[in-house]
Design a protein around this ligand. Structure first.
Ligand code: ATP
Length: 457
């Protein structure tokens, strides 16, 4: 696959320059922006998130037969594209791809709205649809894909490049800030991936793309898109320029009402595919608490867990960056190999830390809330809440608790959670969590500790 030159300046640019996280060390903990979280998810999902739930399909035309495929061969792809798919190590379609691919590749073209959690194979699916659809003999842009940020657009572009590596005639261009635009000269690249503002400029102001000749329009990360200033309207404005028979494909990790409303507005007569996320549960987790008298004491209690820390892979959660870096430094002084993950780090640095932890290079990871959703590391056996998760009002944040501790029921292995408690308020929060989930959180004593070590071995 050939790629339009991206200027060196563009590649050199710090990818996080203006998308840094907005968290502050103000006691509220870290808050990650949605787009950043999506990027982080993409960077750390080097393999498919397994999801065995049933796919829910609502057809635009309920009388038409419903196809689903178990193999890529059944899709009758061009051989060079099939080779590309296999070269990526894909053996068979993922759960969502089983239903989405035949729909996207069917003739006449049909519209699709698809929702499934991050890492389940949506990007790979629409990249395949675009590559399959392109006619390289036609030297104009035929497929257009918009993503919320520069970095996300590049990620998608990379998938197209990889998957299309045996299709040398198919060309790709990036419509992102920094790419040279030449007024009036039509692009010859068959696929364009970009952000809404630049794509809109290329269609209307510079007329580099004839929107009437676009036959597939992909709107990726719709839930992130509609939360970003201007992106929603720009997407709608691009959409308005397209011809009526253009195939509209929209993808989203979540499906709140606002997303669905937006989706229905830009995707007429849609087929809708939904894949429920694997529910997280506390069933396989033994939960404990330790009463401490302050942060130093919490640290000492943590050191008592030393035996466990060296056997298991442990994630320790703190409420603020300051606490996290203090704790990481203190543990390091004690001789532990510790990795630190916090909000001021750039997203690619965070991904690298998670990767190292995953590979077992460090066995203890100290994190602020910012990454709790990112780290669904299957091998984590011990989670320590150095600070309990609370919301702005100081009440238990049950959702975050579940994300930190919970496992997706059928695949997660057994694990332990230890909650550090150092005030009356903490005790109230702990009780709230206990009640909310209806699961007992027991006081950790030394005998339990030995038992825990045994179980972790
Ligand atoms: N059929 C497949 N077999 C094996 N791996 C796959 C398959 N499809 C996708 N993958 C891999 O799984 C990971 C997640 O896929 P993908 O990025 O397409 O998911 P996604 O749903 O788009 O996630 P996100 O919302 O984070 O972009 C990627 O590393 C991708 O290469």
């Amino acid at each position: 696959i050939g790629i339009l030159d991206i200027t060196a300046e563009l590649l050199d640019r710090n990818p996080n320059k203006d998308s840094g996280s907005v968290d502050m060390d103000d006691g509220q903990g870290d808050k990650a922006e949605l787009a950043e979280q999506s990027l982080l998810n993409k960077l750390i999902h080097r393999s498919l998130v397994i999801n065995q739930n049933q796919v829910e399909v609502m057809q635009a035309d309920p009388s038409s037969p419903l196809f689903s495929v178990k193999t890529f061969e059944e899709l009758r792809l061009k051989p060079e594209l099939l080779e590309g798919v296999y070269s990526m190590g894909f053996n068979r379609p993922s759960r969502i791809q089983e239903s989405a691919l035949p729909l996207m590749l069917a003739q006449p073209l049909q519209n699709l709205i698809a929702q499934s959690q991050s890492g389940t194979g949506k990007t790979a699916a629409f990249c395949l649809a675009m590559l399959s659809h392109v006619n390289p003999a036609n030297q104009w842009t035929q497929c257009l894909c918009v993503a919320p940020t520069y970095e996300l657009a590049l990620q998608t572009g990379q998938v197209i490049e990889q998957m299309g590596k045996f299709c040398p005639d198919v060309k790709l261009a990036y419509a992102v800030r920094g790419t040279k635009a030449v007024r009036g000269s039509r692009l010859q690249e068959h696929i364009v991936v970009g952000t809404p503002g630049t794509v809109l400029d290329w269609c209307t102001k510079y007329k580099m793309i004839d929107p009437k000749k676009i036959s597939i329009f992909v709107l990726d990360e719709a839930d992130v898109m509609i939360n970003m200033q201007g992106h929603r309207d720009q997407s709608i404005r691009i959409h308005r320029q397209l011809s009526e028979d253009c195939q509209m494909l929209l993808f989203s990790a979540t499906f709140e009402d606002s997303v669905l409303q937006f989706a229905k507005r830009v995707v007429p007569d849609p087929n809708i595919i939904k894949l429920k996320r694997e529910e997280e549960t506390l069933d396989t987790i033994k939960q404990f608490y330790v009463v401490c008298s302050g942060k130093e004491d919490k640290f000492n209690s943590l050191c008592n867990l030393y035996g466990c820390l060296t056997i298991a892979q442990t994630v320790i959660f703190c409420h603020t960056r300051k606490m996290a870096s203090w704790l990481a430094a203190s543990l390091t002084t004690e001789g532990h190999q510790v990795a630190l993950l916090s909000g001021e780090m750039m997203v690619d640095q965070r991904a690298a830390v998670i990767e190292r932890f995953r590979n077992g290079k460090e066995k203890v990871l100290v994190s602020t809330n910012v990454c709790s959703r990112g780290i669904d590391v299957a091998q984590v056996t011990l989670v320590v809440n150095f600070d309990l998760p609370v919301n702005m009002k100081g009440d238990a944040d049950n959702e975050t608790y579940l994300h930190r501790i919970g496992r997706s029921g059928r695949f997660g292995k057994r694990g332990f959670a230890v909650n550090m408690v150092d005030s009356e308020e903490d005790m109230v929060v702990l009780k709230q969590i206990e009640e909310h989930f209806g699961r007992k959180i027991t006081k950790l004593d030394t005998s339990e500790l030995e038992q825990m070590e045994m179980l972790l071995k």
